[in-house]
Design a binder for this molecule. Structure first.
Ligand code: ZN
Length: 247
C-alpha cells in the first residue's frame, strides 16, 4: 500500500492511477476561460446554424494561455452550459471539466503545437467533404484561396481521432491556415474564433463554387495561376495599404 501511494503521489503509474492523477490535476475555471468558453459555445452553435455541421459532427477549440478549451464529445451544442467547460493542457491532459474532450483532440493539439493559432474549427461541411473525395487539392477557382495561404490541399485519409490523421493534416496545412481532410471534412485555424470560423465558411463556399462551376456539361472552370492566387493573398493580408477589403 505504501508503495502504491508513493506511485500515485509521484504520478508515475499513470495507467493505474490515471483517474486519481487526472482528478488532482483539475482546477477551477478562471474568469478569462469562462469568457472564452462562452465565445466557443457561440461559435460551435454558429457552425450548426450556418449549415457547416450536422448534429455533433464537428468540433471547436480555443487557446487561453497554455490551456485549450474544446467542445466535449457527443454533446449537442444547444445543451452546452457555462458550467460544462472542458479544458486540456497542450499534452492533452484534462485540467478542466468532467465531460470527455472531442475525439478529434489530436488534430486540435497538433495545430496549437505547430502554429500560432488561437482557435481551431473542424467540420464535416458537405461541399468541402465532397471535394475531399474528388481531388488532392481544391482547384483555384477563386482568389480567396489566397486568404488561406494558397491552394487548399487535401490531407490523405486516416481514421478519425488518430495521431496519423493529425500528422497528415499538419503536412497539408504547411503555409496554409486551412485544409481538407480526405473523405472526412475541413479544419481551419485563426487568431480568433471568428477568424477560424470565417475561414471555414470561406473554404466551404469555395468548394461549393468549384462543384457548381465544374458541373456544367461540356465546360470546365477557368483556374487562376499560383501567381494570381499569391498576389491576391498578399493584398488580402494588407501588404497593399488601403486595399485590405475583399473586393
Ligand atoms: Zn471529424
Amino acid at each position: 500500500m505504501a508503495e502504491q501511494r508513493r506511485d500515485q503521489r509521484g504520478g508515475r503509474d499513470t495507467r493505474e492511477s490515471a483517474g486519481t492523477v487526472g482528478e488532482t490535476r483539475r482546477r477551477s475555471v478562471r474568469a478569462e476561460e469562462a469568457h472564452a468558453w462562452g465565445a466557443l459555445v457561440a461559435t460551435a452553435r454558429r457552425t450548426v446554424s450556418d449549415g457547416l455541421v450536422v448534429g455533433t459532427s464537428g468540433n471547436v477549440s480555443v487557446r487561453v494561455g497554455d490551456t485549450v478549451l474544446v467542445t466535449p464529445s457527443g454533446v449537442p451544442y444547444g445543451r452546452l452550459a457555462p458550467t460544462d467547460t472542458v479544458g486540456v493542457d497542450l499534452d492533452g491532459r484534462q485540467v478542466l471539466g468532467t465531460l470527455l474532450p472531442t475525439s478529434e483532440l489530436p488534430m486540435h493539439l497538433a495545430v496549437y503545437r505547430s502554429t500560432d493559432a488561437h482557435a481551431v474549427v473542424h467540420t464535416h461541411a458537405v461541399h468541402a467533404t465532397a471535394v475531399s473525395t474528388l481531388v488532392p487539392e481544391l482547384p483555384s477557382v477563386h482568389y480567396m484561396s489566397g486568404a488561406l495561404g494558397g491552394p487548399v490541399r487535401v490531407a490523405p485519409y486516416a481514421t478519425y481521432g488518430t495521431e496519423e490523421l493529425a500528422e497528415n493534416m499538419l503536412r497539408a496545412l504547411a503555409d496554409r491556415s486551412a485544409c481538407l481532410l480526405q473523405n472526412h471534412g475541413t479544419i481551419a485555424y485563426g487568431a480568433s474564433l471568428d477568424q477560424a470560423f470565417d475561414r471555414t465558411a470561406q473554404l466551404e463556399w469555395m468548394c461549393r463554387l468549384w462543384l457548381t462551376a465544374s458541373s456544367v456539361p461540356g465546360l470546365s472552370p477557368t483556374l487562376l495561376t499560383g501567381e494570381q492566387v499569391a498576389e491576391a493573398g498578399e493584398r488580402l493580408r494588407g501588404y497593399g495599404q488601403g486595399e485590405r477589403a475583399v473586393g
